[in-house]
Design a binder for this molecule. Structure first.
Ligand SMILES: *Cc1c(COP(=O)(O)O)cnc(C)c1O
Length: 351
């Protein structure tokens, strides 16, 4: 433990959230997304706790290799596929599924002689990111089927706006995907967390939840409680000093916050060097010995200041929860003008 700042994981909550995903997409297979070190939670720990998932998804070959070395046996989808021809042999050797999203990858596959493995053809149905254009899909599909190194072709796409239940974009993407893949065989997959929970028409054969497994809200509004999800990470630290500051005292770098009255203030041993967001605004909630208090001043690298007018009984050594089961990371993310995804990934250093 570093100076009292620590991120603890509740693996029972992780398993609970997987069951929520399963229930919301009943009968479909669940591919748990553990990229970016399982959104900052630790990839191997999380993957081992999610043995019940039907598959795992990571960004690159390197991550898949580490999962296999740790003894994980489920199907693994590599979301960016292979980058060089030399990587192709590992996909069959390690029994990985490669996403094929561009012409260069297709070309490498056409001349590959490695034993055959599964690929998923990635379609850009409106996200404007990785994937073939809908008009190219049939020709690419045909060519993939003709590759000696390919044992089966799945079809996938990714949703840009599923977090907004009022946006017409998701239905348009689903329609686009269905139209350009009509009649083609193979497994299909479209849904991230928000699509899994909010857009049943996107469920297909495999759903690919990430964020919801970690207990954050994948939607632009509402809260995790609406979906019965439980936060997995608890970021906490301790009060290491208390003082009474006079009216007019400037607090923190830039002196941007000024005490409106003589008041109690605490110093918490955590800062942006520990993954707490530097842009957390004055008023961002934190829990001091279980009671809500507010951040004041600018967050430093290893410290932050807290207004203790609501917790005058606070003592040095008291526990401070920055987010966790009692304080939603979505609320903190809003105050920091960011999203839970970024907060979680930033807290990696603590684990
Ligand atoms: C990250 C990612 C997911 C998971 O998204 P969440 O919003 O975290 O559920 C699913 N599919 C792809 C292709 C991704 O990159």
């Amino acid at each position: 433990m570093k100076r009292g700042a620590s991120a603890r994981l509740n693996l029972a909550a992780l398993q609970h959230n997987l069951r929520v995903a399963r229930k919301a997409a009943e009968g479909r297979r669940v591919m748990a997304v553990v990229k970016a070190n399982a959104y900052g939670h630790g990839m191997i720990t999380v993957a081992k706790a999610l043995q019940e998932a039907d598959g795992l998804a990571v960004t690159c070959l390197d991550e898949a290799l580490r999962l296999r070395q740790a003894g994980l046996r489920q199907p693994i989808l590599v979301l960016q596929g292979f980058q060089q021809a030399e990587q192709i042999a590992f996909f069959s050797q390690l029994n990985l599924i490669a996403v094929v999203h561009c012409a260069e990858q297709l070309q490498m596959l056409r001349v590959a002689t490695a034993p055959a493995f599964q690929v998923w053809l990635k379609i850009d149905s409106g996200m404007g990111r990785l994937g073939f254009a809908p008009s190219e899909v049939r020709e690419v599909y045909r060519q993939l089927q003709g590759c000696q190194a390919v044992s089966g072709v799945g079809l996938m796409s990714h949703m840009a706006s599923a977090d907004d239940l009022d946006s017409p974009a998701t239905s348009q993407q689903i329609n686009c995907f269905n139209a350009c893949t009509e009649g083609l065989g193979g497994e299909r997959s479209l849904a991230n967390s928000a699509a899994l929970l909010g857009w049943p028409a996107s469920h297909a054969d495999w759903v690919r939840p990430g964020l919801m497994l970690y207990g954050a809200n994948p939607f632009v509004s509402g809260s995790v409680a609406d979906w019965g999800l439980r936060p997995v990470m608890r970021l906490s630290s301790r009060l290491i000093a208390l003082k009474t500051i006079p009216k007019g005292q400037r607090v923190g770098y830039g002196g941007s916050w000024v005490a409106p009255e003589t008041m109690p203030m605490g110093l918490v041993a955590i800062g942006y060097g520990d993954g707490y967001p530097r842009h957390a605004a004055v008023g961002t909630p934190l829990l001091v010995a279980g009671k809500r208090a507010a951040l004041i001043g600018r967050v430093s690298m290893d410290l932050l200041n807290v207004d203790l007018r609501c917790v005058p009984e606070a003592q040095v050594g008291d526990e401070v929860e920055l987010w966790g089961e009692n304080l939603s990371m979505d609320e903190v993310a809003q105050h920091a003008d960011t999203i839970a995804y970024e907060l979680l990934c930033g807290a990696t250093k603590n684990l």
